[in-house]
Every structure is written in C-alpha cells, then in structure tokens.
Design a protein around this ligand. Structure first.
Ligand SMILES: [Cu+2]
Length: 302
C-alpha cells in the first residue's frame, strides 16, 4: 500500500507538471499502455496506443508486440484490413494494403488479451512499429527509475492484490473555511481494466460519499450514488464541480489552501476483487488548470 501511495502522489505531481507543459507532453507520444496498472493474476486486455507514425513517416502499417514472461496470451483483437498473426510470445498486425495503414494523425488501440503473473512488478512489452519506409523499435527498458529512454518499451505495472489498478489524475479538494461543514474533492479516474469506486474515507471528515448531480425539475441537486461510480475500462471518468464528486461532510477542521487531505478510495472490479488507493490531495481554491468547472458547491442543494 505504501508503494501505491507514493507512486500515486508522484503521478499527481506529474499530472500537475504535465498540465503546465502540454506542448512537451504532446511531442513525447510513444506507443504506450494506459497508466494505472493491473492486478497480479488477473485477466488483462493490453491495449497498445499508437497515436502517431514513426518519426518522418506518414502512416503506420505494422505493429509487432513481444509478450514478456509474466503475460500468457489468450487472444488478440483483429483489426479490419490488417493481417493478424500470433504465437506464444509474439502478436503482429500488418496492413494488407497501403490504404489500410493508420495515418499519422489518427490514434488506434491494438489489443491483446492475456493473464498476468501472480508476481507484482513492472512488465515491459517491446513494440516494433512499422511505417512507410521506416520503423520505430519501442524496446528500451529503463535501467533505473530516473531513466527516460528515447524509444521506451510499453510498461505495465503489475500490482499486488488490494492495490487499486486505477490512475488518479488532477486530484484536489476545495478549500473550506472555519465553520463550513462540507466541501468537495475532484479528480479524474481511469481504470485500464474497468472498476467501480464504491467508497471513500478521510480522517478530515466524518463522512465521504460519491455524489452525482441530477436535475430535479429545474433545480440541480446532488445525491449519493448508492451503487458507486462505474469506471469503464480505459475511459477516464471526471469528478468535477457541477458533476460527479466526492462529498466531504462533517468536516473536522478548516481546510486552508496549501493543506493536504489524506483520502482513501475503495474500488471493486467486475470479478469482485476489492482494492484501495491512498491519496494525499492538495487543497485548492479552484482546479489547477484554471478554467474547468466554476460551479460553487455551496449553491447546490441536497
Ligand atoms: Cu455532493
């Protein structure tokens, strides 16, 4: 659990940093797996995202994935107009005709289904991207944590059971003054294998609930999601002012800007596996990005 909490907070810091330098982020588009990891021993759909052609090329016409020890192939998803071949350790897609190739400006997912090792730790999938007249071999494995190879292999974090396979980004808690009884917490959640946020807790509030906003006649009201919040596989779900949010009530102290609120999120996946994420959320007056949201929580009615 400690490992997740530190890696999640470093992801949070990275997310904040990324929002400040969008241009740099867009330029560094590699072939990747969605962040957030997957549970050891679970079935996993490895969805390789190809979001650009090889440098200097106008399209992608072949994708070959090397499956690491620790991933047992079950099936690979065909792609219309592409030939699919696979063996125990390799899956390859190849455009049948030049017109079936993936243009540089389009994004696509190449999906391989398998089962994961019981042993937590990173798995690296080497991906050879073929383009018109050239190729890019995404096969470099960082030798230490700070390493940023030019052509990194796609990384999957295999997580111990109980550690949430969910990426948390742009998380924050709205500031609360002395005497204020409630406030909201907001973030973007992405579950690579799908999950459900079922509960939240924090030592700073007597109650933390997942809320939705619903029109009741012409009044916007919020209410608890009794079955939790569904997180479809590989589809980010935003908790934001005016939408889904975590409601913190019975606040035990004021939350000034600059403070940190520890929050634990509990998840259950489709197979009933339970997991948790322990977060340290910054207290802000408004989202770090600025423009998003804008509705004031105190104006909303329960
Ligand atoms: Cu609410």
């Amino acid at each position: 659990m400690t490992a997740l909490s530190s890696s999640t907070s470093s992801r949070l810091q990275a997310a904040v940093a990324a929002s400040l330098c969008l241009v740099a982020t867009a330029a560094a588009a590699h072939v990747t797996l969605p962040p957030g990891g997957a549970t050891a021993g679970s079935r996993y759909d490895a969805a390789f995202r190809v979001g650009h052609a090889c440098q200097g090329a106008s399209n992608t016409n072949a994708v070959t994935v090397q499956l690491p020890e620790g991933f047992t192939l079950q099936s690979a998803q065909p792609r219309a107009g592409w030939t699919l071949t696979s063996s125990a350790r390799t899956v390859a897609w190849k455009a049948e005709q030049p017109q079936n190739a993936l243009p540089a400006s389009e994004k696509a997912e190449f999906v391989v289904r398998g089962t994961l090792t019981d042993k937590p730790g990173p798995l690296y999938f080497k991906v050879l991207q073929g383009c018109d007249g050239t190729s890019a071999d995404w096969a470099q494995i960082p030798s230490n944590a700070g390493d940023k190879p030019a052509l990194p292999a796609a990384r999957l974090d295999v997580l111990a059971p109980g550690v949430a396979p969910v990426e948390v980004k742009d998380a924050w808690v709205r500031t609360a003054v002395k005497g204020q009884s409630g406030t909201g917490a907001f973030m973007t959640l992405s579950a690579p294998s799908g999950s459900r946020l079922v509960a939240a807790r924090t030592p700073d509030a007597g109650l933390a609930e997942v809320h939705e906003m619903k029109m009741d006649g012409d009044v916007m009201r919020m209410r608890p999601l009794s079955a939790g919040l569904d997180l479809p596989a590989r589809r980010p779900v935003e908790l934001k002012p005016g939408g889904y949010h975590l409601m913190l009530t019975q606040l035990k102290q004021p939350l000034p800007v600059g403070a940190t609120v520890p929050i634990t999120l509990d998840f259950v996946d489709a197979d009933g596996r339970k997991s948790s994420a322990q977060l340290q959320l910054p207290v802000l007056a408004a989202p770090a990005g600025g423009a998003a949201g804008g509705h004031d929580m105190p104006g909303m009615k329960h």
